[in-house]
Write a protein that binds this ligand. Structure first.
Ligand code: ASP
Length: 334
């Protein structure tokens, strides 16, 4: 009897410790961002390459500022993703890729590692910053994922001003769409795509968070939803374990629940971040789905493996200089 009580007490204590792992530990903060699997096409004007680099740097700066001021990792992730959605040069928010019908449909999600709260939206057509709407779903609704019309109705209820379809369309995406349609008149035909955005962060109190935002794949079927807004597939965060944001062939990332799989390897098999992240990407590659992930563990270790020729990415660790990697000419069809 006493033994049973003791056991339950120890189990409860273990749960409590696991649930708050890292909190109060005054870890150095870290933020990692990505601008999508695949590098930039070599025919891209220098001005646009510079704009992509600037977008990643600004995203790191925005997220890093939140963390440096003692803010929350979830706010840092949201700030970084919001900036990349506004950049006009990445596949999220304004500048997102176009579906088979020639307009943008956007997906986004975010997750807080301390209590595994999450919010997501999918197939929204008129929301400038889907990551902010995902946050509103998390904070102000009893739901995790809202889609399409219903998500936009919720946006209006929350006072979000909706845009017209033109706001999202840039000449570069229109040209990519035209080429994809010409090459193959079937929705979903593998067109090169770059620029999905994401961020993961660890704040000074040991809280992990992750967020991802995308227009999906060029020439996708109307209504197609990828991995980015699906918790466990494109986005995942669990305190004491890891935070993940994915990019790549969404269908494969969904089937393999890529982001959750990485955290599960750490939590249940005691694997180290770098090896586990590389193994997940290798497994997806073998299944025919290329892409990459950015991941952070509870100690601030970073992993950014990818099976595409490149991945736009950057990181900033407290006390160090921010770094950004933007490679040109290493593109991939997902
Ligand atoms: N994973 C995204 C999707 O399938 C696309 C990407 O990351 O480029 O919607």
């Amino acid at each position: 009897m006493i033994g049973g009580k003791l056991l339950r007490f120890v189990a409860a204590l273990a749960l409590l410790v696991a649930g708050t792992a890292g909190v109060g530990a005054a870890e150095p903060w870290v933020i990692v961002v990505h601008g999508g699997a695949g590098g930039l096409p070599s025919d891209l004007p220098d001005s646009e390459i510079a704009a992509v680099r600037a977008a990643l740097n600004q995203a790191l700066a925005a997220g890093g500022k939140v963390l440096a001021e003692g803010g929350d990792s979830l706010d840092a992730v949201q700030a970084a993703v919001h900036l990349m959605e506004d950049s006009g040069v990445l596949n999220a928010g304004r500048g997102a890729v176009l579906n088979h019908a020639g307009f943008a449909e956007l997906d986004a999600s975010l997750m807080r590692g301390s209590d595994r709260a999450a919010g997501a939206v999918a197939a929204v057509r008129r929301v400038a910053n889907p990551i902010d709407l995902a946050r509103l779903v998390m904070d102000r609704s009893p739901h995790v994922l809202l889609v399409g019309e219903g998500a936009e109705q919720f946006a209006r209820e929350q006072g979000v001003v909706l845009k017209t379809a033109d706001y999202f369309i840039t000449p570069r995406r229109q040209e990519e769409w035209r080429r994809a349609i010409e090459a193959q008149r079937r929705p979903g035909a593998g067109a090169a795509t770059q620029g999905t955005v994401g961020a993961v962060a660890l704040d000074g109190r040991g809280n992990l968070a992750a967020g991802t935002s995308t227009g999906g794949l060029t020439n996708k079927h109307v209504g197609r939803v990828g991995d980015s807004p699906l918790i466990g597939a494109g986005t995942y965060a669990q305190n004491g374990v890891c935070a993940v944001s994915a990019t790549g062939h969404g269908e494969t990332f969904i089937r393999y629940t890529a982001a959750a799989e990485l955290c599960a390897r750490l939590a249940m098999r005691g694997e180290k971040l770098a090896g586990a992240a590389a193994a997940v990407i290798e497994e997806l590659h073998k299944a025919g789905g290329d892409g990459g992930i950015i991941a952070l563990d509870a100690h601030g270790q970073i992993a950014t493996p990818y099976s595409t020729p490149s991945m736009l990415r950057g990181w900033w660790r407290e006390g160090r200089a921010p770094e950004v990697v933007v490679e040109v000419g290493k593109t991939a069809a997902l």
